[in-house]
Design a protein around this ligand. Structure first.
Ligand code: BEZ
Length: 257
């Protein structure tokens, strides 16, 4: 029987670029917070398919992009061959005092353990360098994930906390982590960013793109049924005027080494 299984590289880079381009589009405002200067050397951590790295490159930055997904790095390299992109795990970076800034958009909620990633980012920065990051914060997409978990249980499957793939810290928790690594935290914010999901199947597409790990070991047919129930139960809450709105909550931080 075919069951849902999260694989090592679960990212479909072309689908991500097509249906989920909003991830990079929202990232443009994080570039403003980064305020990159020409000739700065900046690491884009979790570069995805490379669009924000290219924005930095076009602004005269010496940018290096890294991502854990080989599929993402391949597509980024083919789109922007002038930028060095490599496959790397955020918890195993080996850069030392190299970068003026580490920039990270919509990545750090995937990274475990977060403490190791923060330490690697700190080591990668020159003294006085800055980390500018945004990712899912406390309560992110909780309306969706609570409903999925409830429906998994209703279908008779166990759901273990270890199956939850994301890290969504509060600003207090994440600022503490940054300070323990040695950063001076000069900015931390948690804000609601309701996010439209494209089309009538927007919620289903989002769950299939990002939430596959929640369904590990569940037969495909049952997974389909679970998602259908999630759509029914969330329609009154998240579907307005033909658009699914996901309850994103973002944490933004700036730390100085
Ligand atoms: C996020 O960007 O917050 C996010 C994206 C995919 C899955 C979960 C969270």
């Amino acid at each position: 029987m075919k069951t849902s299984k999260s694989t090592e590289d679960h990212w479909n880079a072309s689908l991500y670029d097509g249906k989920h381009a909003f991830v990079s589009q929202y990232g443009n405002s994080l570039v403003q917070l980064l305020a990159p200067k020409e000739e700065e050397r900046i690491l884009d951590l979790g570069c995805g398919t490379g669009d924000l790295a290219n924005t930095l490159f076009e602004g005269g930055v010496e940018v290096v992009g890294v991502d854990k997904s080989e599929n993402m790095v391949k597509l980024a390299t083919s789109k922007y061959p002038q930028i060095p992109f490599t496959v790397q795990d955020a918890t195993q970076l080996t850069y030392q005092n190299e970068f003026d800034a580490v920039f990270s958009n919509a990545t750090l909620h995937w990274v475990h353990p977060p403490k190791e990633a923060v330490q690697c980012i700190y080591e990668s920065l020159k003294q006085g360098g800055r980390m500018v990051a945004e990712f899912g914060g406390k309560g992110n997409v909780q309306t969706i994930t609570d409903e999925i978990i409830q429906q998994i249980k209703n279908a008779g499957f166990e759901f273990k906390a270890t199956q939850f793939p994301w890290y969504y810290p509060s600003i207090a928790e994440y600022s503490k982590l940054l300070e323990e690594a040695g950063f001076h935290v000069i900015f931390a914010q948690l804000y609601d960013r309701p996010t439209p999901l494209d089309g009538e199947n927007g919620l289903r597409n989002w769950i299939e793109m990002f939430g596959n790990m929640l369904f590990d070991g569940i037969p495909e047919q049952i997974k389909d049924h679970i998602i259908a129930n999630v759509e029914i139960n969330l329609k009154d809450i998240l579907y307005r005027e033909g658009i699914w709105m996901a309850d994103y909550k973002r944490i933004r931080v700036v730390g100085i080494k």
